[in-house]
Design a protein around this ligand. Structure first.
Ligand code: HEM
Length: 519
């Protein structure tokens, strides 16, 4: 029987038929190519997916404020592992320590997701965090020696100096009873520390000698998150037409220029001083790296990888971003937790008093080793507020998980510390701030991958030890000077994700000088 559609010519009808056949064929080929992935994915629990768009419709009209809670909702509803189709992209949420351990330690899942991290690459290029696997292996090998404990302790005077400037700059707020936003003070200190430790360059943003990069980051990071979760915007030619892309490009270009100037300044310094020991820190020329990123100047090129000027800028941008935001906001969260819990604040102070008494002497490595309780407080803060709340790994091959599940090749494993750190099976009373969660005994009795603020395995945070050193030094100097308090309650704190974890209400506290220390 012939179906007649009024007004449709024979030619149009024929074209429509061809279009239908093409679409059906494309759909068929698409399904055929993905049959293995779909078969394995069908075993994971998860919401029903629509053709082509998957589960993306559930993200429509959502902002970056909602995303953490949407992901949390899925993990609560479907458990771990569970699936989510972001268009044709298969995401598998993995929140149980046994499976996290497998993913973070398998060579099959060492790569970052090409599409997800491509969004990041648009801003920060292919530095260590976003680098494709071959480049990552070479760069990580090149930079790891500079992050050895013996090397990073050389930056303790820089960390102390920056903490002392925070104290000096915040002094005038003492006793006013007015709550102050702490973030700008701690962000500029972190930024100056990482720039000086990376290249010996003094940016002095604490002293207002640099642009307000915190303001830039608050503007640009939500744009990354927005793009991560909108598959249509993965296509550059669509994204480039949006107003967000223009803002992102301008801010990222400015930040790249800032990083490039730093590299050039260091390069000038090296060529001027090569062969003598005139540098600020002990050591020789760049053959023996003195600063964290000096090694990028003498990267050995080979048949696999050529390290260009762009790569050097990418690396610098990556380290400055990764090293400043994370530590700054963790310091602010620690102080907010101590302000909310005065009993723990006094315990931290007591420990400091036992180490330093009333002496105003520089912090040494030996002193830091004795700050066991402060370390517990920092760890517990990172449990409740992991600076990087979510990250991903890409499966290059099928990877066996527990419970007979298999993560299929081509899937993206989403590791979600912000969920794992609140799992009631791992943490009694997970919403409570309790530094005793990190006594040696409690830690020994818990799965190692129940706590992953710095990720884990070969591709963990290279700056983990550096940041713990910097945070302990900064907090030790600050806490000995000031007592903090706040009207914020733990339950008032609403967090959201801007790549890093943010706090909607900010980090507002009042300051009081500790007179004659033990008071
Ligand atoms: C509280 C402080 C910090 C936290 C919580 C933190 C957390 C993390 C996490 C979770 C990752 C894995 C990200 C992923 O797989 O996508 C990571 C990677 C990384 N972090 Fe950190 N980080 C901190 C401080 C720092 C500092 C101070 C630096 C630099 C000195 C740094 C540099 C990096 C780099 C370069 C990577 C990529 C490592 C690789 O892929 O080999 N981080 N960090």
């Amino acid at each position: 029987m012939e179906i007649l559609i009024p007004g449709l010519s024979d030619v149009t009808g024929a074209l429509l038929t061809i279009l239908c056949i093409c679409l059906t064929l494309t759909w068929g080929i698409h399904k055929w190519n993905r049959r293995h992935k779909e078969r394995l994915a069908s075993k994971f629990p998860g919401p029903t997916a629509l053709p082509f768009v998957g589960n993306v419709l559930s993200l429509l009209n959502k902002t970056h404020y909602d995303l953490l809670w949407i992901v949390t909702g899925y993990c609560e509803e479907y458990g771990s592992p569970s699936k989510f189709w972001l268009g044709s992209k298969l995401l598998v949420f993995i929140t149980k320590p046994e499976d996290i351990q497998i993913i973070l330690n398998s060579s099959k899942t060492l790569a970052k997701d090409a599409v997800f991290y491509k969004v990041g690459q648009a801003g920060i290029g292919t530095g260590l965090i976003t680098a494709p696997l071959e480049k990552w292996k070479k760069t990580r090998k090149m930079l790891t020696p500079s992050f050895a404990p013996r090397e990073i302790t050389r930056f303790m005077p820089v960390m102390s100096k920056r903490a002392t400037i925070i104290v000096q700059k915040m002094q005038h707020h003492c006793g006013s009873g007015v709550e102050v936003e702490f973030y700008p003070y701690f962000f500029t200190a972190s930024l100056d520390t990482i720039c000086e430790a990376s290249f010996g360059v003094k940016v002095d943003s604490q002293l207002g000698r640099s642009r307000d990069w915190a303001e830039v980051l608050f503007r640009v990071l939500p744009l990354f998150v927005e793009r991560f979760f909108t598959p249509l915007l993965y296509m550059d030619y669509i994204y480039e037409k949006t107003s967000s892309a223009k803002v992102m490009k301008k801010d990222c270009d400015d930040f790249r220029d800032f990083s490039k100037n730093m590299i050039n300044e260091r390069r000038k310094h090296i060529s001027k001083n090569y062969g003598n020991n005139n540098d600020d820190m002990n050591g020789a020329g760049v053959d023996c790296p003195k600063y964290l990123l000096d090694a990028i100047h003498n990267f050995q090129e080979d048949s696999i990888y050529t390290y260009s000027e762009t790569d050097k800028i990418d690396e610098t941008v990556t380290f400055i971003l990764a090293g400043s935001e994370t530590a700054a906001q963790t310091n602010c969260f620690v102080l907010l937790m101590l302000a909310i819990h005065p009993e723990y604040q006094e315990k931290v102070f007591e420990e400091q008093y036992n180490i330093f008494g009333n002496a105003d002497k520089p912090v040494t490595l030996d002193d830091l080793d004795k700050m066991k309780y402060l370390e517990q407080v920092i760890k517990e803060t990172l449990r409740l507020f992991p600076a990087v709340p979510i990250f991903a790994r890409y499966a290059e091959e099928d990877t066996k998980l527990t419970q007979n599940y298999v993560l299929p090749a081509g899937a993206t494993a989403i590791i979600y510390p912000f969920f794992t750190h609140y799992d009631t099976e791992l943490w009694p009373e997970p919403k409570k701030f309790n530094p005793d969660n990190f006594t040696a005994e409690k830690m020994a009795n818990r799965h190692k991958y129940a706590y992953i603020p710095f990720s884990g395995g070969a591709r963990n945070c290279i700056g983990k030890k550096f940041s713990m050193l910097a945070m302990k030094t900064t907090l030790s100097i600050f806490i000995r000077q000031f007592r903090v308090s706040t009207t914020t309650k733990l339950e008032d704190i609403k967090v959201y994700m801007d790549v890093v974890l943010r706090c909607k209400c900010g980090w507002n506290m009042t300051l009081e000088q500790r007179i004659n220390q033990k008071s």
